[in-house]
Design a protein around this ligand. Sequence first.
Ligand SMILES: NC(=O)c1ccc[n+]([C@@H]2O[C@H](COP(=O)([O-])OP(=O)(O)OC[C@H]3O[C@@H](n4cnc5c(N)ncnc54)[C@H](OP(=O)(O)O)[C@@H]3O)[C@@H](O)[C@H]2O)c1
Length: 331
Amino acid sequence: MMAYLKDHQFLSAFLFVLGSLTFAKFAVKTLAVLAQTFLLNGTSLKQFGAKKGSWAVITGASGGIGREFAIQLAKAGFNVLVASRSHHQLTETVAQIEAKCGSDVQTKIVTIDLANAHDDGFTRLAEACQGLDVGVLVNNAGKSHEMPTDFVDTPKHEMDDIVAINVSAVLRVTSIILPGMVQRKRGLVLNVGSFAGSIPSPMLATYSGSKAFLSTWSAALGEEVKSHGITVQHFNTYFVVSNMSKIRRSSALVPTPASYVRSCLSKIGLACGAAYTARPHTSTPFWSHALIDWAMGVVGWKSAFVGYTHGLHKSIRKRALKKKERDAKSQ
Ligand SMILES: NC(=O)c1ccc[n+]([C@@H]2O[C@H](COP(=O)([O-])OP(=O)(O)OC[C@H]3O[C@@H](n4cnc5c(N)ncnc54)[C@H](OP(=O)(O)O)[C@@H]3O)[C@@H](O)[C@H]2O)c1
């Protein structure tokens, strides 16, 4: 082998340079992931109007991740406008904010069905935002499939609702808020995405496609508006304890909404786990999600992940159907 390499000095030099460059690229990108996830702080929320009378608008703030965004943004010094269908649960969100922040924070509630394009909620939302200095918009409301299901068997109303809430409503809500941000030359748009948007998820095909849209749209929009002083950040989210995930207990891989949102708000402007594959305006901020994202980038074998996800969803479906059967029998 050595004799062969001596005879082929050019080849061995080429392989050495190639190997060194590949390793350097791996090392630099891995260090970026580790530094951004574990060491660096993101842009301060003060840059977007915290403690200056600015507002944060959060969709889907009646529970789960959205409620936590509302609470933590209020604690950070924003007035908050919360929106979703359930007025009662939104009043609970507001009560929690008042209990934690006292009368320092102003609040507004807009009840809206984001699945219904004709809902006059969009008009009411626009009216409620008129004249407000909105510093932060969190496009958080989202809908997934009731359980993993092949596309051919997906009920039409379910796929329509997913596209309406996860795609069309995000566009409509953002187009209500963004012009004011452009005028003020300041704003933060946070879009809550999913790993299902970066790894195609068989049996959740419509949800997966809707979150891929969010990722691509965020990247394009982020580039457009950055010269106006507006930051767009798309969060690549793995599992979080919530009604949607149907996971009740937190673990290292599945944070509570409170821990998850804390990581999101402390990493504004940083890609964290997404730094390895450098997707523009995407961040994977929670530490264990960041490490999964990094590992997936290193392995880089997307079709294997798609196959694994398909297997996982087949078994989740089996369990979900059994549970449905048990519930039906016990009624
Ligand atoms: N939890 C996870 O593991 C996970 C993983 C990846 C991504 N995500 C994303 O995180 C976001 C928040 O999800 P979550 O886990 O916090 O779920 P969640 O607890 O079920 O919250 C979903 C929120 O969306 C609102 N919403 C649903 N349909 C709506 C409609 N038609 N009109 C208005 N609001 C509507 C709900 O409010 P109402 O019912 O009051 O309308 C609720 O506040 C979603 O975008 C989801 O895709 C979650």
